[in-house]
Design a protein around this ligand. Structure first.
Ligand code: ADP
Length: 493
């Protein structure tokens, strides 16, 4: 009986592979950075071959360092950076260009100028997304327009499009499968998330032939087997999800209204909304959480562009810190920020403001302000921005967020976690394992392959001892929030 699940976590900065046992414990890990390619300001690319090779290498390394045989792996699950776009030739398997990364802004002008108001409304009503260069649709359009004979080859049926999950599965199966899952499809801006079809109207608006698109599958099912040449045996590929959805699953947010927030460079909050496609009145995105057991679960999503990155900025640009950890130490050495508020709108503001022109601002400076106050205000800004997202999620769904499940690098900061609990008036529960995104992918693959028979059989982790509870008065919370909103107004110009 196979004893492990192999999870591949293909992220923006690295490819990772982890082997999980039946208790959900990672018994081996490997990771490799991938090269960030910046051909022009605002453009971001990855080499798809490097993505595949690092992912394969880390998978083999994890197997080797665990000292297990590939036959002991029951199935493979994949979590991946979302929206990043690859187009390759179906006959040679070669990409026609680098992968265009989700962060890449090369199509922002196209998004600003070429969509009619009617089309924008149609897209938001049917894909759940706002027209933006982040999503795959305009990246595909760019590739077909700009790369030699792109459109001709696509029309002739030579080209295939995929997000990173599709690209990895294609390579893992030796070119046998061209598939994606609901969660990844829902980030392309081409997928109609209410009728669960690629949307012909958007495809024809962007002049993208539908036959380049992958077949959309559930997030948990046995799709096919790996090419035996890769691991010396065939292993079922059985789970796929975009990284934020995989993290939602890894946090076992299985019930409607459960919310997770990941505190990395940016922050990503998702609320599971069950089988309901909730339309936001506050510029949150509606997305598919996963397709499981022939049912779709939806989610509302809001992102904060500058989360942990504000601490990086204090360290690297202002030199106020030597390490991330120091931020907690300094913040805790002062009783408050001494009236300082910091809105880190370095690249505009995400939900619920969606203001790309907002600029960063530090307000309330006096002769008595010192660096500890600024550091504390920076940490508080991560929680304030997250709170802005959580509060509109509650308004859109009428579901109070009683508990927030959290993961990501900045969750090791106890000051930040306590402040989040205080300002959002909610319990904050850090993930009981460090790699919750990979764990989510492992769960999806494990459920499809019978490694775990059903959701009740998934390992349960106790979170109680780590939980942060709100500990400030409502008047103090209100005062803080009023001051924050005043500062945000000043940042929006
Ligand atoms: P990503 O996956 O986006 O690279 P990680 O989950 O690795 O992000 O988290 C890294 C981010 O978390 C960095 O931006 C860093 O500033 C922040 N961070 C890490 N440790 C701390 C800490 N102790 N306090 C505050 N922020 C932190």
């Amino acid at each position: 009986m196979a004893k492990y699940i192999l999870a591949l976590d293909q992220g923006t900065t690295s490819s990772r592979a982890l082997l999980f046992d039946r208790q959900g414990q990672p018994i081996a890990k490997a990771h490799q950075e991938i090269t960030q390619i910046y051909p022009h300001p605002g453009w971001v690319e990855h080499n798809p071959i490097e993505i595949w090779e690092t992912q394969l290498y880390t998978a083999r390394q994890a197997i080797e360092s665990a000292g297990i045989k590939p036959e002991e792996i029951m199935a493979i699950g994949i979590a991946n950076q979302r929206e990043t776009t690859v187009i390759w030739n179906r006959f040679t398997g070669k990409p026609i260009y680098n992968a265009i990364v989700w962060q890449c802004r090369r199509t922002s002008e196209l998004c600003e100028n070429n969509f009619t108001e009617n089309m924008r409304t149609y897209i938001s009503e049917n894909t759940g997304l706002l027209v933006d260069a982040y999503f795959s649709a305009t990246k595909i359009r760019w590739l077909l327009d700009k790369i030699n004979n792109g459109r001709l080859l696509a029309q002739r049926g030579d080209l295939l499009f995929g997000t990173i999950d599709s690209w990895l599965v294609w390579n893992l199966t030796g070119g046998k499968l061209h598939i994606t899952d609901y969660s990844n499809a829902s980030r392309t801006m081409l997928y109609n998330i209410s009728n669960l079809q690629w949307d012909d109207k958007i495809l024809s608006f962007l002049d993208i032939p539908s036959h380049i698109l992958p077949t959309v599958k559930q997030s948990s099912e046995i799709y096919g087997m790996t090419d035996p040449a890769l691991f010396g045996t065939e292993i079922p590929v059985a789970g796929l999800a975009g990284d934020q959805q995989a993290s939602l699953f890894g946090h076992t947010c299985f019930e409607e209204g459960m919310v997770k927030n990941t505190y990395g460079t940016g922050c990503f909050a998702l609320m599971q909304t069950g089988n309901k496609f909730v339309r936001s009145s506050h510029k949150l995105l509606t997305t598919i959480a996963w397709g499981l057991e022939d049912k779709i679960s939806y989610a509302l999503e809001g992102s904060v562009f500058i989360g942990g990155a504000v601490i990086q900025w204090l360290r690297d640009e202002l030199g106020l810190l030597h390490s991330f950890e120091e931020s907690e130490e300094y913040a805790s050495q002062v009783p408050d920020t001494n009236g300082v508020y910091f809105v880190p709108a370095f690249v505009g503001l995400g939900a619920p403001y969606w203001n790309m022109n907002a600029k960063g601002i530090i307000t309330g400076l006096t002769r008595g302000t010192n660096r500890k106050h600024i550091i504390r205000a920076a940490l508080e800004s991560i929680a304030f921005q997250t709170n802005d997202v959580l509060s509109v999620m509650q308004k859109d769904t009428n579901i109070p967020v009683k508990t927030l499940r959290v993961d990501g690098g900045a969750t090791s900061n106890k000051f930040l976690m306590q402040f989040q609990a205080d300002i959002s008036s909610t319990s904050v529960q850090p993930a009981p394992v460090a790699e919750v995104t990979a764990l989510g992918a492992a769960y999806l693959a494990g459920l499809a392959s019978g490694f775990w028979k059903n959701k009740n059989e998934l390992p349960s982790f106790s979170r109680a001892s780590h939980t942060y509870h709100p500990a400030i008065s409502s008047s103090s919370r209100e005062k803080h929030l009023n001051n924050w909103f005043k500062a945000v107004k000043q940042a929006i110009i």
